[in-house]
Design a protein around this ligand. Structure first.
Ligand SMILES: CC(C)(COP(=O)(O)OP(=O)(O)OC[C@H]1O[C@@H](n2cnc3c(N)ncnc32)[C@H](O)[C@@H]1OP(=O)(O)O)[C@@H](O)C(=O)NCCC(=O)NCCS
Length: 146
C-alpha cells in the first residue's frame, strides 16, 4: 500500500470508550469509523447517498494506538466498476504517521431508490463535491459549497 496517493480526511481522538481490554484502541471502533468514512467517500464519488458496504478484504491491524492519540483516516478509489466502487483504506497516527490499519479493498455498491444495484456511470476520482445529487444541494439562495 502506498500512502502518497491517499487523501486523509477525518481525524479521531482516541477516548476511553474506544479502548479494548488491553487498554489500546478497540478494533471495532476503528472499523466503524473507517466504514462510515468509506460510505461518505463512496457517496461523494458516486453522487448517490444510497450506497452500501458489500465487501471488505483482509484487515491488517498494523500497530496500536492509545488513549489521547489522534488518528486520521485515508481513502482512495482504486476501481470504478459498473455498479460498484472499490477503494483502499489506511488509518495512521496523525503526528507520527505510523500506520495503524490497512484495508486493501473495500467494495461499495451503488443502489437505486428501490435498493437494487444500479450503474453509477462514474469512471474517475473527483476531488470536488460536483456529484452531489441535485435534491441534496443547497437552494439557490443558500451559500454554495467551495
Ligand atoms: C449490495 C447488494 C444489493 C448487492 O447485491 P448482489 O446480488 O451481490 O449484486 P450484484 O451481483 O449485481 O453485484 C453488485 C456489484 O458488487 C460487486 N460484488 C458482488 N459481490 C462481490 C464480492 N464478494 N466482492 C467484491 N465485489 C462484489 C459486483 O462485482 C458488482 O459490481 P460491478 O457492477 O461494478 O461489476 C446485496 O449484496 C446486499 O444488499 N448486501 C447487503 C449490504 C449491506 O447491508 N451492507 C452492510 C451495511 S451498509
Amino acid at each position: 500500500m502506498h500512502t502518497d496517493d491517499i487523501n486523509f480526511h477525518t481525524r479521531k481522538w482516541i477516548r476511553p470508550e474506544d479502548l479494548n481490554a488491553n487498554g489500546t484502541l478497540f478494533g471495532g471502533s476503528l472499523l466503524r469509523w473507517i466504514d462510515e468514512e468509506a460510505a461518505i467517500y463512496a457517496m461523494i464519488q458516486l453522487g448517490n447517498e444510497r450506497v452500501v458496504t458489500k465487501y471488505m478484504s483482509e484487515i491488517n491491524f498494523v500497530s496500536s494506538a492509545e488513549q489521547g492519540d489522534i488518528v486520521e483516516m485515508g481513502l482512495r478509489a482504486t476501481k470504478f466498476g459498473r455498479t460498484s466502487l472499490t477503494m483502499r483504506a489506511e488509518v495512521r497516527n496523525l503526528f507520527t504517521r505510523q500506520r495503524i490499519l490497512t484495508v486493501d479493498s473495500m467494495v461499495f455498491v451503488n443502489l437505486s431508490d428501490d435498493g437494487v444495484p444500479t450503474p453509477h456511470g462514474q469512471t474517475e476520482i473527483t476531488y470536488e463535491r460536483d456529484r452531489i445529487p441535485e435534491r441534496l444541494r443547497p437552494a439557490a439562495h443558500e451559500p454554495r459549497w467551495h
